[in-house]
Design a protein around this ligand. Structure first.
Ligand SMILES: *Cc1c(COP(=O)(O)O)cnc(C)c1O
Length: 381
């Protein structure tokens, strides 16, 4: 059997239209976007600014508030550690959520080692944080709130508009990791009152190694101190020669995702529901992890009663999926997200995360259902 890809939350394939847009910027249009003296530089600069507009449009931002980075990990680091440093005089308390991506949680842990105080809020059984709990956690010395738009394991959409409003009313910076949401569901920096927002091209059919950070110029952190020093590119926040082909790809992928979002969501939502219904019809003891709504249309995360997680994944190697985030599976630790919604270690290990992609077909879904059903029967026997 040819392997079927169901790991769309780890990464997505680069759209051929995106690759086509990028190609000239490796060869004939290879200029350095900072070379202001000649046409090679101008062509590169023009392409970067065009891409900046495309990324801004995807999230309802102004182009000049977009900083290109190497991806959401870097964006999260720049945003959180930068905001903590800029606002240090005002306070050293940061509020986040236990189910955030490690690229948020680990930056917070580093800040904590450096003397910041971190509040990590829990979530309900559906994986959602209560805005009332966020409000109760805010203090006079709170300088930053960081809450993701969509979870990378269980796909649930956090109430970021309500949380952003709470922060904005108090002059507290609000950072949102939108790596899973951007390009999949509507994300609007004005609607959620974000000051900082991270995204990553390879999560929406763009190239790996490029992403962006939205930095609201009129916000409490209009200027972030850079993570590394150099030529002062990207408003001084991100020095280093711009990755022009990658940025062009990020912009092209953003434009396509924006134009095709509603159609993709409807198609993938129907396939995801077919997958869920199929698994539950064929296998007794299949439960959905996380609230069914609001959730990313292409996400399904299920746990299966009475099976050993390792045996399950071993039997399903043709399906290219995982029981948790790609970055955590190497550690073989049960998912911190699934534990936060109340699962035991065994139940977390006996969970499967499906991330559908544009290329997923009904046939792929039906094969997945048959394969999982077969493996579960074998294990249970
Ligand atoms: C993938 C992901 C990241 C990391 O993005 P990279 O561009 O791969 O560094 C951060 N946060 C979330 C929620 C993600 O899904």
């Amino acid at each position: 059997m040819t392997p079927v890809y169901f790991d769309g939350h780890a990464t997505t394939p680069c759209d051929p239209r995106v690759v086509a847009a990028m190609l000239p910027y490796f060869t004939e249009r290879f200029g350095n976007a900072s070379s202001a003296q000649h046409p090679f530089g101008w062509a590169a600069r023009e392409a970067v600014e065009h891409a900046r507009g495309e990324v801004a449009a995807l999230i309802g931002a102004r182009p000049r508030d977009i900083v290109f980075t190497s991806g959401a990990t870097e964006s999260n680091n720049l945003a959180i550690s930068g905001a903590a440093r800029v606002l240090r005089e005002r306070g050293r308390h940061v509020v986040t959520v236990a189910t955030e991506h490690t690229a948020v949680l680990d930056v917070c842990a580093a800040l904590e080692a450096d003397g910041c105080e971190i509040t990590r809020l829990g979530v309900d059984a559906g994986g959602l944080v209560d805005p009332g709990a966020v409000e109760a956690a805010l203090r006079a010395d709170t300088v930053l709130v960081s809450v993701m738009a969509a979870n990378n394991e269980i796909g649930v959409l956090q109430p970021v508009a309500a949380i952003g409003a709470l922060a904005r009313a108090r002059g507290i910076a609000f950072h949102c990791d939108a790596a899973q949401a951007a390009g999949k569901v509507p994300v609007d920096v004005e609607a959620i009152e974000a000051d900082l927002l991270s995204l990553s091209a390879h999560k929406f059919y763009g190239p790996k190694g490029v992403g962006a950070l939205y930095v609201r110029r009129r916000g409490p952190v209009a200027d972030l101190p850079p993570l590394h020093h150099g030529g002062g590119h990207e408003r001084g926040m991100r020095s280093g020669t711009l990755n022009v082909p990658g940025i062009v790809g990020c912009g092209a992928a953003a434009a396509i995702a924006y134009a095709e979002m509603a159609g993709d969501a409807a198609t993938l939502g129907a396939l995801r529901d077919r997958l869920c219904t199929g698994l539950q019809a064929r296998i007794p003891g299949v439960h959905v992890n996380g609230a069914r709504e609001p959730r990313l249309p292409h996400n399904l995360n299920v746990r299966i009663d009475g099976v050993d997680g390792r045996q399950l994944l071993m039997g399903l190697s043709d399906l290219s999926l995982s029981s948790g985030a790609a970055c955590c599976t190497a550690a073989a630790e049960p998912s911190h997200v699934l534990r936060a919604i109340g699962l035991s270690d065994d139940a977390a290990r006996a969970s499967l995360r499906f991330g559908l992609i544009r290329a997923t077909s009904a046939d792929d879904v039906d094969r997945a259902v048959a394969l999982v059903a077969g493996v579960v029967e074998t294990i249970r026997r």
